[in-house]
Structure formats: C-alpha cells, structure tokens
Design a protein around this ligand. Structure first.
Ligand code: PLP
Length: 439
C-alpha cells in the first residue's frame, strides 16, 4: 500500500528531510506496544513522549472520551463552565501536593509554563510588590517552546534561532557533573553547593527583591535525564523562602508516577508554590496541561481585583478545560488510583534501574542515570558529529522493534507504568544490542 504524501506536513522537532526519506509511521497502539505501518509490533520504551503513563488505548479513558464527544463537544471556558471542568479540577486538586489545590487548565506543558510565569508576576503585583519582575530558570532546563518558557529554558539549541528572549531573565547552573557523579544510582551525591550559588551569585547580582520566581524541573527530562543532587531542591526551597521568591516546579514529565511517586515534589519532600503538569494528566489521549497553585496565591489574585465584575486574571485559552480533555483527565486519574499505577512503578523501579546500570561497560558509554521509571544513557559523542551516535542507537533500537528517545548523544527511556519485567528485559537487551552494533 502506498504511504501518504508527506510534502505538506512540516514536522515538529524533526529532521524533516531525513525522516521523509525513510519514514517511521505508527498506525495503532495498545498497552505497551505500537504497531507500525509494516504491521510490526514496537515496544514503547518512552510512553509515547513521556505521556502515556497508563499505557495505550486504555478502555476506561477511551470510553470516557467517546461518551463525552457524543454529549458535549465543546463549551466556552470564558464566563461559562461545564460540570466536568470542575470535576477534573477537584480530582487533580485532591491528588496535588498539600496546599496546591487551585487548578488552572491549559492545553500543553508549554502553556502551563507561560501560565505559571504570568501567575507569579500577577501575584507579586497584586500584593503591591510590582518590582518583582525577574524570572530565573536553569541551564539545560526545558519549559516548552513558547517565548516565556523558552526564555527561562536553557537548552541552547532551542534558543539560538530565536535570540529575542525576555529582558528580565537569568539562569542558575544545571547540576549535571559526570566527573563527580558518573553512574550514580538515584540521586547524585555531589552538587548541593550549586543551590548555594543561586543565592550567592545570582541573587546578589540581581537584588532578590526584584526576582519574582525560580522555575526548575525537579528532574531535567528533555535535556537528558539530569537528576537533582541530594539536598539540592530543598536548598532552593529555603533560599526562595528567605527572599520571598516563588518556586515553580515544572512537573510535566515528573508528575503522575514517572518517578514512582505521584509527584517529584512528594518524592523529594519539597513543595513548590506553583506546579505545572501536562502529559500524563490525560494519558496523552487529549492535549491537556494545568497549573496547580497555592490557595493563597489564587486568593490574593482574586482579592486584588476590586470591582465586583472584574476578570481577576486576564489569561486563558479557547480550549482551557476542553470537555474531551476533562473527560480524559478524570478517567486517567481514576485509573491511576484504581490500578495503583504509581505504586506499581515504584515496585518495578529497582529492577528497571538494575537493568539500566547493567549496560555499563558496553562501548561508548559515558554515564548511566536513573530514578523511578526513567533512565538516561549518555554516550561519548563522535568528534565533530554531536548527536550522530545517539541517533544511530535510536534507529537501531527502532529497527529491532523498540522505541527509545534520543536527545543529542543521550538515550532516554521512560516506559509506561504498566511495564512487566519481561518488557524491561526486552528494552535493555535491545539497547545493549544496538550499542554493540554502533561504531
Ligand atoms: N515542560 C517540560 C518539563 C517538558 O518536558 C515539556 C515537554 O516535554 C514541556 C514543558 C512542554 O510540553 P508541551 O510539549 O506539551 O508543550
């Protein structure tokens, strides 16, 4: 059968010419597998794009979305509501880290980042502290692709084509230190002093009273699985508290069981003031994201709008709390609970981590990092050809029926939480073969 004409589609974050010369097409999915256009079953080692945490095409979610589309296809979210939006927010608030029980819905992780940054600015202004305008991110951070998230983000390749940024942004250093922490299991031992640097270098430079928020991913996913050194996030929390700076955790990847816990915040015992999530919120079935806010942040913004009919926070999207997304989210959150999927991920995590570290000693490896159901395998780059070796390993895994993710010369794996031990074996034995077969 002839494939589709591919000319019209401009593909995102894709080497378009290379892809169209040798396409990889997915046509169906079920559980932990994709089916490709040749009818091959491919093991999903990446939960799609870190989002299909409960596994593919799960019936309760599919049926909830089908019911919803046949009942209420769309409802405007501005000055109007629909019951499922409130239900979804209540479900999400009920599982949120303590105190973060006000929910603003968006449609993606990128929009969640923009929204959280805007809430931070609006909150300080509402409290009469309008001079707090600076936003601090972290090198190698990823907060999506919109201008705010890109500005606080720190992946150089994503920024260099768009050198506009925001005038009020700076970055703390990332904590990846392979020299001291190579092959750490779980959290790296070294690097807590990088949190001190936030206070000693950046806040001294900027004057902390001008800083609105610090945004970090508890675990940096897109940049290649960069884990926080033990004690580091707690120290960032203390410094933010000391200077009245809001701490935003971007849990777009780390939320919903990925690290063997509902949130990274719970796992690390550090609660942010604002938390962004997306991906696993709706199990990837319908686009959705959210910002969870401390109740008093929400309340101060509402209280600051003096006129009774005033819109307190002029922000939102046509598709905020879309009925299909809400149906998917409610069904997804119930499924996580009913099947105890976060606990299941925690139970599988030790064997998963062992299997990842068993790759040690294979050709070209620089580092292996793991936490929960995430592992990052960093390869030596070929001289003058960064990313090439990583791409070949990705391709060899695909040819062998396993989907992994490549960022530069780092391979990241993050399977659905319903993986069985046999799937773990298949994932890592395929990766081992691919590594052995790569120059
Ligand atoms: N924030 C983090 C931590 C992410 O990992 C991602 C996507 O991978 C985003 C934000 C952006 O999400 P989206 O692609 O849904 O806009």
């Amino acid at each position: 059968m002839a494939g589709p004409n591919m000319d019209a589609l401009w593909m995102p974050f894709t080497a378009n010419r290379q892809f169209k010369a040798a396409p990889r097409l997915l046509v169906a999915a079920d559980g932990v597998h994709y089916t490709d256009a040749d009818g091959r079953r491919v093991l999903d080692g990446t939960s799609g794009l870190w989002c299909v945490n409960a596994g593919h095409n799960r019936r309760p979610i599919v049926e909830a979305v089908q019911r919803q589309v046949a009942t209420l296809d769309y409802a405007p979210p501005f000055q109007m509501g629909h019951p499922l939006a409130f239900e979804a927010a209540a479900e999400l608030a009920a599982m949120a880290p303590a105190g973060l029980d006000r929910v603003f819905f968006v449609n993606s992780g990128s929009e969640a980042a923009e929204t959280a940054l805007k809430i931070a600015l609006a909150y300080h202004r509402a409290r009469g502290d309008a001079g707090r305008v600076k936003l601090i991110g972290r090198e190698r951070g990823y907060h999506g692709v919109n201008f705010g998230g890109m500005a606080v983000g720190g992946i150089a390749g994503n920024r260099k084509h768009f050198p506009v940024g925001l005038p009020t942004v700076d970055h703390i250093r990332h904590p990846l230190d392979i020299e001291r922490n190579a092959y750490s299991r779980g959290l790296p031992a070294h690097g807590v002093e990088l949190a001190e640097e936030f206070e000693q270098r950046l806040l001294t430079l900027h004057d902390p009273s001008t800083v609105a928020a610090l945004i970090v991913e508890p675990m940096q996913g897109s940049a290649g699985v960069i884990l926080p050194p033990a004690g580091y996030l707690r120290r960032l929390r203390e410094i933010c508290d000391k200077y009245g700076i809001l701490l935003i955790f971007d849990e777009v990847i780390t939320g919903f069981g990925r690290l063997g816990s509902d949130w990274a915040s719970t796992l690390f015992g550090v609660t942010p003031d604002l938390l962004t999530c997306a991906k696993g919120l709706s199990n990837g079935m319908v686009p959705m994201g959210a910002v969870l806010a401390r109740r008093d942040i929400h309340d101060s913004l509402l209280a600051a709008a003096s006129a009774p009919g005033a819109v307190e926070f002029p922000h939102g999207y046509t598709y905020s709390a879309h009925p299909l997304a809400c149906a998917a989210a409610v069904a997804t959150l119930r499924l996580y609970r009913e099947e105890a999927l976060f606990e299941r991920a925690a139970a599988l995590a030790p064997a998963f981590g062992e299997a990842a570290h068993a790759l040690r000693g294979l050709p070209h490896l620089r580092d292996i990092r793991n936490l929960g159901l995430v592992a990052g395998i960093e390869l030596e780059s070929r001289p003058g050809q960064p990313g090439q070796r990583g791409y070949e390993v990705f391709l060899k895994c695909w040819e062998r029926g396993v989907l992994v993710r490549q960022t530069g010369d780092i391979i990241a794996v993050s399977p659905p939480l319903i993986f069985e031990p046999a799937h773990v074996d298949q994932l890592f034995s395929t990766l081992a073969d691919a590594l052995r077969a790569t120059e």
